[in-house]
Design a protein around this ligand. Structure first.
Ligand SMILES: [Zn+2]
Ligand SMILES: [Zn+2]
Length: 234
């Protein structure tokens, strides 16, 4: 039996798809986590405590709770968060004996209130993404050696988006030269496509039909900011 490197096959498969492979893999992980929370963990005390401490999901991940069959679970979980927020407001009231004066009165009162209403722990989906993003980055750094199938797949891909490429570099000991060279070639090709898109957009060349560079502006947006949500790229 051959020893499989964890995450390697997943990364190679994702690199064969359009866009940033890490965005694709992590979107899948976020999706599966949301399903697990909604359909298995709505009444799990630990999950609910995490969600309450995080003051709900971040703005990027909250829309994932809007899906088929999610209304009851989302209502239950959001009510849980709201109850915590109300308790935070009321604890000021209880402490001072007058409405909100305890928290709001005195110097820095509203800052204290803002702090108690702020996430006390990261968004659980962001936390999961960070964990798996680290595993993917470490695998890429270890395995993308010259001559490897992984490096070949990377070279043929759309590369990582800028935020994920930065994450990989930040975890590398020495500069991962083959990856940097591959990413440079990918950005350079994209730059050429944008050049062509802009040229054909010029009124003097408008008779020339667009080719593959037609959607280069959207791909550039995703390459620089991270994969756009699906409804914007379809
Ligand atoms: Zn990405
Ligand atoms: Zn999040």
């Amino acid at each position: 039996m051959t020893q499989r490197t964890p995450y390697l096959d997943e990364i190679v498969t994702a690199l064969a798809q359009p866009g940033c492979a890490f965005c694709r893999l992590l979107d899948d992980i976020a999706d599966r986590l949301i399903d697990a929370i909604l359909f298995e963990s709505v009444n799990d005390v630990k999950v609910r405590e995490e969600l309450n401490a995080a003051r709900g999901l971040c703005r990027r991940h909250a829309p994932l709770l809007v899906r088929t069959g999610s209304a009851l679970g989302t209502a239950t979980m959001m009510q849980g968060v709201l109850k915590v927020l109300l308790r935070q407001l009321d604890s000021g009231e209880a402490a001072s004996g007058s409405r909100l004066r305890g928290l709001l009165g005195g110097a820095g009162g509203s800052r204290t209130l803002a702090a108690t209403l702020s996430p006390q722990t990261p968004c659980p989906v962001c936390a999961q993404e960070a964990t798996f993003g680290g595993h993917y980055a470490d695998t890429l750094l270890r395995q993308a050696r010259p001559g490897s199938a992984l490096l070949a797949a990377y070279e043929a891909s759309d590369g990582l988006c800028l935020p994920h490429f930065r994450d990989v570099l930040a975890r590398a000991g020495a500069a991962p030269t083959p990856l940097v060279a591959a990413q440079r070639a990918i950005w350079s090709r994209l730059n050429d496509e944008l050049e062509e898109f802009l040229r054909k957009s010029d009124y003097r060349f408008q008779k020339e039909p667009f080719g593959a560079e037609r959607d280069s502006w959207q791909r550039a947006l995703s390459a620089i900011s991270g994969q756009l949500p699906g409804h914007l790229t379809e």
